[in-house]
Write a protein that binds this ligand. Structure first.
Ligand code: ZN
Length: 434
């Protein structure tokens, strides 16, 4: 088969099996699970890999798994990723009433796309046209829900990182991968030019309790100290560069317990996002300085706990262009957007720091991600066309002795794994101000 015939064969095959793909996607929708607890979802993936006769590695970053296919011919290894986890959306139509987990980000459809891609590329008549090899990787904990639970896993030494892909990178699961592809659910077909990275920070302000009515002069008000730190930070917002896309947002999980006691402790959890590791570091340092300033002004104390972070997502235009052309095959005439910047974050950013990566969006949903309105609107687009997109992109990379894939595998990447792990350490540290 020439390349166009092969692509047509793959699309026709997936169309022929669309009822099975839709059924699997709808099953995954109904088993939402939270970070590092995706046991049922992971087992479902394992059953499909087994039915395809693929050899697997399991228990990667607790619930992750990986199945490989080798063509036996020289060429790069292309990883196709699918995320296992849901997130907490209590009012979602398909919520788990006990855990409040739901697929409010559409990971079930994207995971299903990865499984559909594996199904069609594992066919001998397809595989014989390709070179190099494939790794299908099911990844846990993209949403990092239930932070105390994940922190307990880290304390127990079962994990190093909150993000599933960070953990898989640390475990060496991506060491032999040359290119990484992943699909994400959306309301239209598009690619993004980048995502923000972030560091998650927990600021603990420590004051001194006193009678709030009679003797406030004897206390140090931790809430006032926190407000002062936030004011100092707010007044520096104009120093963030537009191109750095800095976003700082958070909530107050603890602010004292009694109205007539000067609060001696308050906790502010915030996420500091930026378009580059440097931008994140700069904004994070400003937060720390503002905390120090408030501590000095009030004569209190504070602890800045840097908990974890993700890297910004780097865009590889060569991969985007391959994808754009394939969207034209799958959805001819449908507008395709590219060059959008997303100030949100994904741990696919971490992978993109180390490997040429594509993080594509497929249509088929309605509503806004992370809300109860984010639902499948068109099952064929969400569950079948999404699989085609991944499969056709792989064909472009591995057809013709994998010449295109070999070229893309050589593209420059921002950092080595060593540098990456070092950078990740800076996302977990404690600074004390007295
Ligand atoms: Zn999400």
């Amino acid at each position: 088969m020439n390349k166009d015939e092969l692509k047509k064969y793959v699309c026709d095959y997936l169309d022929k099996h669309s009822s099975e793909l839709i059924e699997n996607g709808e099953k995954l929708l109904r088993m939402p699970e939270l970070s590092y607890k995706e046991f049922e979802t992971s087992a479902f993936v394992g059953e499909i890999f087994a039915a395809l006769g693929l050899k697997e590695k399991t228990n990667l970053a607790i619930t992750g798994r990986r199945a490989d296919i080798d063509t036996g011919r020289k060429g790069p290894k292309v990883a196709v990723l699918g995320e296992l986890d849901g997130l907490i959306v209590p009012n979602h139509k398909f919520v788990n009433p006990e855990t409040h987990a739901a697929h409010g980000c559409g990971h079930h459809a994207a995971l299903n796309a990865m499984l559909g891609c594996a199904k069609v590329l594992a066919l001998p008549e397809v595989l014989k046209n390709l070179s190099g090899s494939l790794a299908f990787i099911a990844t846990p904990s993209e949403e990092c829900q239930n932070l105390p639970y994940i922190a307990s896993l880290i304390d127990d030494g079962r994990l190093k990182f909150f993000g599933g892909k960070s953990e898989l990178i640390a475990e060496g699961v991506f060491d032999d991968v040359d290119i990484a592809l992943m699909a994400h659910a959306g309301t239209e077909n598009f690619t993004v030019s980048g995502f923000n990275g972030f560091v998650m920070k927990r600021l603990v302000f420590k004051g001194k309790s006193a009678h709030a009515g009679a003797y406030p002069d004897l206390g140090v008000n931790a809430v006032s100290m926190m407000r002062a730190a936030m004011m100092l930070l707010d007044s520096q917002r104009d120093t963030f560069k537009d191109e750095d896309h800095v976003r700082i947002h958070g909530y107050i999980p603890y602010g004292g317990e009694a109205v007539n006691v000067v609060p001696d402790k308050t906790v502010f959890t915030l996420q500091v996002r930026g378009a580059s590791p440097l931008a994140v570091e700069d904004a994070s340092n400003k937060v720390d300085r503002c905390v120090r300033g408030a501590v000095t002004a009030f004569g209190g104390a504070a602890e800045v706990q840097n908990i974890f972070g993700f890297m910004p997502l780097i865009n590889y235009p060569e991969l985007d262009e391959i994808h754009r052309l394939n969207v034209g095959i799958i959805a001819p005439g449908v507008p395709f957007k590219t060059g959008i910047y997303r100030p949100s974050s994904t741990d696919m950013g971490d992978v993109s720091m180390l490997k040429p990566s594509l993080h594509l969006y497929f249509r088929g949903f309605e509503g806004t991600a992370h809300t109860d309105g984010f639902l499948v609107k068109d099952k064929k687009q969400a569950y079948v066309d999404s699989a085609k997109m991944l499969a056709l992109n792989v064909i472009d990379l591995l057809y013709d002795d994998a010449s295109c894939g070999s070229m893309i595998a050589e593209l420059p990447i921002p950092m080595s794994k060593e540098k990456y792990l070092e950078q990740m350490q800076s996302f977990s540290s404690v600074i004390k101000f007295e």
